[in-house]
Design a protein around this ligand. Structure first.
Ligand SMILES: [Mg+2]
Length: 200
């Protein structure tokens, strides 16, 4: 059976965390060690004494936000997705989509389209869920492969997209999350590719 890919972006394809830590160090915390890594997905939990509303706006308004580096090599990504519909479903506000596309185009990744959706709604009315996007795009008869680093999105898709193959990619912020039968945990892209190859 044919496949259809639905990939999260931050923490899976683009290294949001790495760039954000550099931004925090340069802007607020010169003492932050070079090897500091985010332990929480929610930025205000990680840096409770920094005004994260202000920090977020500064970060996404900067050049850095369009220069996030890859967590997967271009060749690995393009080889995996070659010939299959590949949708990127990113949890950012819609007004940042042009910047996100600019960032992705720097890396020459093959994908069909980019959508905004996810569990974090930024206070935006009717911000879409990931399952909502998938159910709109899905072509009957194709295997849905969904990859995300947030357990909430994985659970939401597993509950609302029948038959989806749901993968949680391990990151520091989710490594202590108890595994759930609705997802398969993968350590990285190599492990994902092995799992995808086993789906017939
Ligand atoms: Mg993510």
């Amino acid at each position: 059976m044919e496949k259809e890919f639905y990939f999260d972006v931050d923490g899976v394809i683009l290294d949001f965390e790495g760039a954000f830590v550099d931004f925090i160090r340069d802007t607020y915390r010169p003492e932050l060690p070079q090897d500091f890594r985010l332990k929480y997905w929610e930025l205000s939990k990680e840096f409770p004494d920094i005004d994260m509303g202000e920090g977020w706006e500064k970060f996404v308004g900067s050049e850095r936000f369009t220069k996030l580096s890859l967590l997967v090599s271009k060749n690995t990504f393009n080889k995996l997705t070659n010939g299959y519909p590949t949708y990127l479903v990113t949890n950012i506000p819609q007004d940042l989509i042009a910047k996100r596309k600019q960032n992705l185009s720097r890396h020459l990744l093959n994908y069909s389209e980019l959508y905004c959706a996810g569990h974090w709604d930024f206070g935006i009315k009717e911000y879409p869920s990931k399952s909502g996007i998938i159910n709109q795009l899905h072509e009957k008869g194709k295997h849905i492969i969904f990859l995300d680093d947030h357990p909430t999105n994985c659970k939401e898709v597993a509950a609302n997209v029948p038959g989806a193959h749901v993968f949680l990619m391990t990151r520091l912020h989710n490594q202590d999350e108890a595994d759930d039968p609705c997802w398969t945990r993968v350590s990285g892209w190599d492990e994902l590719i092995v799992c995808v190859d086993e789906i017939i």
